[in-house]
Design a protein around this ligand. Structure first.
Ligand SMILES: C[S@@+](CC[C@H](N)C(=O)[O-])C[C@H]1O[C@@H](n2cnc3c(N)ncnc32)[C@H](O)[C@@H]1O
Length: 229
């Protein structure tokens, strides 16, 4: 699955956005506005939806002043359909609106992903969809989450329209659904990323067990270094 780390894999998101010429970034679940503020520097227009009035106000204070950030107070299940209809070009959707414990919205409807994907797939445009916390769909989410509120991986893939409509993979705990036609261009970029990860891992291992790891470092890191230079 790759490393589990919190938040959007920024380099990958920027690379995909640039390669597919995506101008719009739409986020479900603003929380404190950290991702919205970051996305404002990489996308022409950022729209982020938050159901909790308190978190919405906090995000307004944090990034509401940015000229290309549009924060909306509401439930993605009701806000997204009209928002998707208003788009005239493919966008990147960062779907991260789910109940995340005390102080966040959604305890009564923990995971709105089914409605969100259905709204996005109501459009003919080839949108890019990134779903955070992929591990919660690969297996039932841990307590105190109510597993019945979370779709299974199979349901998510079916709603996304995989494999005909999109190319799906999981990286850094994020489920990516990209237009099928983009695979030939983007897969080599992901290979470089995988090679980089393997090289870093091997280098760390080499620091602890030089004898055993030297050959592995050369095998993995060598070609990657050559490609980079
Ligand atoms: C994991 S946090 C989002 C983190 C944020 N996307 C980031 O990258 O920093 C999930 C957020 O979704 C919000 N939320 C939960 N259900 C929602 C819904 N149906 N519509 C909109 N926001 C929702 C929660 O209040 C919480 O702030």
């Amino acid at each position: 699955m790759g490393a589990v780390h919190t938040g959007i894999p920024r380099e990958m998101a920027v690379a995909i956005g640039a390669m597919l010429e995506l101008a719009d970034f739409v986020e479900g679940g603003t929380h404190h506005g950290i991702t919205a503020a970051w996305a404002a520097a990489s996308f022409e227009r950022v729209t982020s939806i938050e159901r909790s009035p308190t978190l919405y106000s906090m995000a307004q204070a944090a990034c509401g002043h940015l000229r290309n950030v549009d924060l909306r107070l509401g439930d993605t299940r009701t806000v997204l359909p009209a928002l998707v209809s208003s788009l005239t070009r493919p966008a990147m959707f960062w779907l991260d609106s789910h109940w995340s414990g005390p102080g966040t919205a959604g305890e009564d409807a923990e995971c709105p992903l089914v409605a969100e994907i259905s709204a996005i797939r109501g459009s003919d445009l080839d949108h890019v969809i990134l779903v955070d916390d992929a591990r919660y769909f690969l297996a039932p989410p841990p307590p105190p989450h109510d597993w019945r509120a979370w779709p299974s991986l199979g349901e998510v893939l079916r709603l996304l329209g995989a494999p005909e409509r999109c190319w799906t993979f999981v990286l850094d705990d994020v489920l990516f659904a990209l237009p099928s036609a983009s695979r030939a261009r983007l897969a080599p970029v992901l290979q470089l990323r995988a090679a980089g990860d393997a090289a870093t891992l091997a280098e760390r291992l080499a620091a602890r067990k030089p004898g055993r790891a030297r050959a592995m470092v050369e095998r993995l890191a060598g070609p990657f270094r050559a490609k980079r230079s």
